[in-house]
Design a binder for this molecule. Structure first.
Ligand SMILES: Nc1ncnc2c1ncn2[C@@H]1O[C@H](COP(=O)(O)OP(=O)(O)OP(=O)(O)O)[C@@H](O)[C@H]1O
Ligand SMILES: [Mg+2]
Length: 255
């Protein structure tokens, strides 16, 4: 089972959108669980799952004893794609994690019982560098990082690097440009600059487009509502790059 965290210190950069599209792409070939760790539950909403976590986040992540993970999992309309729903109770999770021993290993403990049920777990993380973010990074084999090509984006990339490199075993970062608008000079410059100069940045560019916004009104992944759009095709490339980075076949070949 490979764990991919979609993470940024910055809010509103396309993390939940990316988590849903990656999960849908991954589920074409693999058994996938999308774990929505955000009290806003955007990814849960986009996949038309009820934002209600049985027992609440604290009993699942912060609690003592064995987490009853499989009871909290919900099916989606798509084959091989399940969701561990987001829920209001994630708002209080930080306090529970603060009180818990080994708080940054809590997610791994929750996922443990599912390791033979899923090939891929996608984590949709709220923004920030909280204990939850640390736990996400700790549990992840790969961190997928959306970067909006604004003048501050180089700074957010460095902030994510700093958070991740503080980990004893830092996961690899796979960065891509999100919400890119080629009509803007700053965005065009970033599209040319980032892949050429920043080792974590791929040349994958998800454009800022109404097609992505429609995901919210139609509650569907991009690959369902606009499979031929550039955004859907770039999402598909992003999944291919993510799987390439974590797949066991590749790892063996590398050694
Ligand atoms: N490529 C895009 N083009 C246009 N709109 C987009 C694009 N990507 C995301 N959006 C929109 O931007 C908003 C924020 O996206 P999203 O919720 O995925 O970001 P986020 O990083 O998860 O936010 P948060 O930090 O609040 O969790 C949403 O309304 C979404 O529909
Ligand atoms: Mg989000």
């Amino acid at each position: 089972m490979k764990v991919i965290g979609v993470y940024s210190v910055k809010g509103g950069v396309g993390k939940s959108t990316t988590a849903v599209n990656l999960a849908w792409e991954a589920a074409k070939d693999h058994r996938v669980l999308l774990w929505d760790l955000d009290p806003q539950a955007a990814a849960t909403y986009l996949l038309e799952v009820k934002p209600k976590l049985k027992g609440g986040a604290e009993s699942l992540v912060g609690g003592k004893g064995k987490p009853k993970t499989s009871k909290a999992v919900r099916k989606t309309a798509f084959d091989r794609l399940d969701v561990l729903p987001g829920d209001e109770s994630y708002r209080d999770l930080e306090v529970a994690l603060d009180a818990a021993k080994h708080s940054n290993r809590r997610l791994e403990k929750v996922l443990g019982p599912l390791s033979s049920d899923y090939d891929v777990v996608i984590l949709d993380c709220p923004p920030g560098s909280s204990l939850l973010a640390q736990a996400v990074i700790r549990a992840s084999d790969l961190v997928v990082l959306p970067v909006v090509p604004s003048p501050l984006s180089a700074r957010s990339l460095q902030q994510v690097r700093d958070v991740i490199s503080a980990e004893p075993k830092p996961p690899k970062i796979l960065g891509f440009l999100s919400m890119a608008d080629r009509r803007k000079t700053a965005h065009r410059n970033a599209i040319a600059y980032f892949p050429a100069t920043e080792p974590e940045m791929t040349d994958i560019v998800i454009p800022a487009t109404v097609v992505v916004e429609r995901m919210g009104s139609e509650r569907s992944p991009l690959g369902v509502l606009a499979p031929r759009s550039v955004a859907a095709q770039e999402s598909s490339r992003l999944w291919a790059a993510a799987w390439d980075a974590v797949s066991p076949r590749r790892r063996k070949g590398k050694k």
